[in-house]
Design a protein around this ligand. Structure first.
Ligand code: DC
Length: 239
């Protein structure tokens, strides 16, 4: 068995709406690697707390939830991602704005973050892992082969999120969304534990005004510079 430390990891960190989830999914699919959507874990802790009537300020109880999180990721027949919490499907529920806010609130507590560490590191399996979040490069996978910090202007992130929600039939005002995004950025960046910030050795990538395809190709190109596998896939995809 390949020791976990030898399994290559690419981290993609950045603020809400920078497109890291989409890019991480595409890069992982291109390489045939596993994917860790670490934000989903914080969302699941917030959702489980809501289901069990635990207050979002009760660090100890939240850490208990995080330590015993009964979560399963799989896909339906069409390849669509499904997420299960305590045996119940919560795929759509965890993407709600409220759950995102709850996730950002529970994520400030060090014991919650510590309780999720092993779970996250368990996703590191051959042939490789693409991990997206806020602290993948700075805390969880400090030895990653490539660290990307993906950004986009606050206006563009709010516009993207607005479109995503509208496509799902959810009507929220753009102004309210912008405010929420700014609040969330502030809380994620200013918290004392594992704040949102680029790792010292991260490569910065601004996705404003760039297509998903172009950003994906940039990341695959970078992987090609540091690992043989990325170069192969990056080249094949560009032809
Ligand atoms: O990426 P997302 O919107 O699903 O993340 C939801 C919240 O979870 C985010 O506002 C902060 C928290 N989070 C975190 O603190 N660390 C991570 N690695 C991922 C998410």
């Amino acid at each position: 068995m390949t020791p976990a430390a030898e399994v290559p990891v690419v981290t993609i960190d950045g603020p809400s709406g920078s497109g890291k989830g989409t890019i991480a999914r595409r890069v992982a699919a291109s390489l045939g690697w596993h994917l860790l959507d670490s934000g989903a874990l914080y969302r699941l802790v917030a959702l489980a707390a809501e289901h069990r009537g635990v207050a979002l300020g009760d660090a100890e109880a939240l850490a208990g939830i995080a330590a015993g999180l009964d979560v399963r990721f799989d896909s339906d027949a069409a390849g669509g991602e499904r997420i299960w919490l305590d045996g119940e499907q919560v795929t759509a529920e965890i993407r709600a704005e409220e759950t995102g806010k709850g996730a950002s609130a529970v994520a400030v507590f060090a014991p919650v973050r510590a309780a999720l560490l092993d779970l996250q590191r368990g996703f590191r399996r051959p042939p490789g892992l693409v991990a997206d979040g806020r602290d993948m490069g700075t805390q969880v996978f400090r030895d990653a082969s490539l660290k990307v910090f993906l950004t986009a202007s606050a206006e563009e992130r709010a516009r993207r999120r607005h479109k995503q929600l509208k496509d799902k039939g959810i009507d929220v005002s753009l102004a309210a969304l912008s405010r929420d995004i700014e609040d969330r950025d502030r809380r994620d960046s200013e918290r004392p534990v594992a704040p949102l910030c680029p790792a010292e050795d991260a490569r910065m990538l601004d996705s404003s005004g760039r297509s998903i395809e172009a950003v994906t190709q940039t990341v695959l190109g970078w992987i090609g510079e540091v690992l043989d596998v990325g170069r192969e896939v990056g080249r094949a995809d560009r032809t």
